[in-house]
Design a protein around this ligand. Structure first.
Ligand code: ABC
Ligand code: CA
Length: 495
């Protein structure tokens, strides 16, 4: 699928090994299966491509229309100083499937199952590096071997050096990983490497009906490589450009390296703004404004508040209302929401890798409050998108987010027909209010908060005032729409 077709989608990110355990229909590829999945052990817990199929109702029931799965390619299958490659990122041969997660037919079955539900499949691809294993030939000499790697010739690698993050060239040509487990940097200028990878990616997407790619370590490969690689893939590419540098992230769109990138800058903005009670809202406003100004197409950014490399949101802050506000920012801002599995179950263990990768099954896939909050946010997006609801001639997808008011603790932004009013005051109930002086709606008109389905009357000059006092808790987010639109959207019954 193209970038245009991805516009408006909402993505659920999962690690294949950890999302769902094998059942009778999904034979185990790991034996013996552990009786409990302890993330500290950094080993396989048994999830497969077929086991994902068993739980698609759970994902679709939350309103997602795309699933991003961890890398599908073969990994080293040996013990390392960081234990085993359960996460799938230690790809040694992009061209071969990872037998831990199933067969070629299994991956086709997952793709078909998603498509029959009208959902897209996004696959994570790792081409920048392959793991190198250190072996002791003799007492004194150590050699690096590329166990089972596609690449063996020295010309297929960049010479060894560790990345110095203050040096742009080093970021592209030196090595990720560390002494214990070097990630050997593939020579992505070598013509054989380039043509092998380009023909592989075209084949992969067509053979398995892959609709989009999450491009691992995008900032570690010179951009022009991606232009051709993504073209050869024939599908939407969203790159991982880890870091807060907005100009650098935006260059992937301005230079035409790929369709889009994950919203790392906005992530830092959301953490600064909503990661602590009465946090730094002006940092959120700054980053959000710069993001809007810097990316030619912010509507394609992948907006997240946690992932497999970052702390769980609820580890950053336990406060539920802060999480709900952060999620409204994640869903209502320009871009595609990307929810990391477990976010909907309030997983809070996991300040870092590997603890942020717990198996989902102990949650029993519960119909939790947060699951329903996410469902509501997806429902709102779907309703405004499919209904074409517009404001001043602009619909949700075609209008750019606009920040209309902010204070130290509050922010209001409009996207098309919706006005989000958020706070970082947190859960304690406060007899405090926040006023949006110019909501865009006319005085005395009626608006509905789609999260509570309550009606509000717009005050003079178009002002809306919200209160942060509520029985038992405060600090809730609001998503307003005009009453007429609310009736058309049918999200709040007969309002
Ligand atoms: C293993 C162990 C861990 C151990 C670690 C050292 O080694 O499991 O317990 O702590 C895979 C596995 C990992 C594994 C690594 C290394 O390989 O999943 O479990 O860790 O063996 C992608 C994937 C990631 C994957 C790889 C490698 C790449 O999402 O899962 O890891 O194929 C860098 C890369 C980025 C990479 C990330 C993990 O590391 O750029 O592609 N992710 C700075 C840099 C970033 C850097 C980040 C973390 O540090 O700028 O480029 O990401 O090292 C902000 C700044 C940022 C700064 C952050 C920390 O602070 O603005 O720039 O980021 O304020
Ligand atoms: Ca590189």
């Amino acid at each position: 699928a193209t970038a245009d077709q991805w516009k408006g989608k909402s993505i659920y990110q999962l690690l294949t090994d950890r999302f769902a355990p094998p059942s009778d229909t999904a034979p185990a590829r790991t034996s013996p299966l552990p009786s409990t999945c302890d993330p500290a052990l950094q080993t396989w817990c048994g999830g497969t491509w077929l086991s994902i199929i068993d739980k698609l109702d759970y994902i679709q029931g939350m309103g997602f229309d795309a699933v991003w799965i961890s890398p599908v390619s073969q990994n080293i299958d040996v013990y390392t100083p960081y234990n085993y490659a359960y996460h799938g990122y230690w790809v040694n041969d992009p061209l071969t499937l990872n037998p831990r997660f199933g067969t070629s037919d299994d991956l086709k079955a997952l793709s078909a199952a998603l498509h029959s539900r009208g959902m897209y499949l996004m696959v994570d691809v790792v081409v920048n590096n392959v793991p190198g294993l250190t072996v002791n030939d003799t007492e004194s000499s150590k050699t690096l071997v590329t166990d089972g790697s596609r690449w063996t010739d020295p010309s297929e690698f960049h010479p060894q050096c560790w990345i110095d993050y203050s040096n742009a060239t080093s970021i592209e040509y030196c090595w990720l990983g560390d002494d214990k487990l070097p990630l050997m940097d593939v020579n992505t200028e070598n013509p054989t490497v380039v043509s092998t990878l380009n023909s592989w990616i075209g084949n992969l997407t067509t053979t398995y009906g892959i609709d989009g790619l999450r491009v691992d370590a995008a900032k570690h490969v010179p951009g022009p490589f991606w232009t051709d690689f993504c073209k050869a893939s024939g599908v939407f590419c969203i790159g991982e450009v880890y870091g807060s540098d907005i100009a650098n992230a935006a260059s992937y769109q301005t230079q035409g390296y790929m369709d889009s990138v994950l919203g790392y800058p906005l992530y830092y903005g959301i953490v600064n703004g909503f990661g602590t009670p009465r946090g730094n809202m002006s940092a959120f406003v700054d980053i959000a404004s710069q993001t809007l100004a810097s990316f030619p197409n912010p509507g394609l950014l992948g907006n997240f508040i946690e992932n497999h490399d970052l702390p769980r949101w609820r580890n950053v802050t336990a406060d539920a209302q802060l999480a709900y506000n952060a999620m409204v920012a994640q869903f209502m801002f320009d871009g595609l929401p990307v929810v990391y599995f477990g976010q909907e179950q309030d997983f809070s263990d996991g300040a870092a890798d590997p603890y942020n990768r717990a198996a989902l099954w102990p949650s029993q896939y519960a119909n939790s409050t947060t699951y329903n909050h996410i469902k509501k946010l997806n429902d709102i997006r779907h309703a405004v998108i499919s209904n074409g609801t517009s404001f001043q001639g602009k619909n949700f997808l075609d209008s750019q987010t606009k920040i209309v008011a902010s204070t130290k603790t509050d922010v209001a932004f409009r996207k098309g027909p919706l006005l989000a009013v958020l706070t970082n005051r947190g859960s304690p109930s406060e007899s405090q209010a926040f006023g949006v002086p110019t909501s865009g709606w006319s005085s005395q008109s009626s608006v509905i908060d789609l999260l509570s389905c309550k009606q509000y009357t717009v005050g003079s000059g178009g002002a809306i005032s919200v209160s942060y006092a509520a029985p038992g808790y405060g600090g809730m987010p609001y998503v307003f729409v005009s009453q007429m639109d609310a009736q058309a959207l049918k999200l709040c019954g007969n309002v």
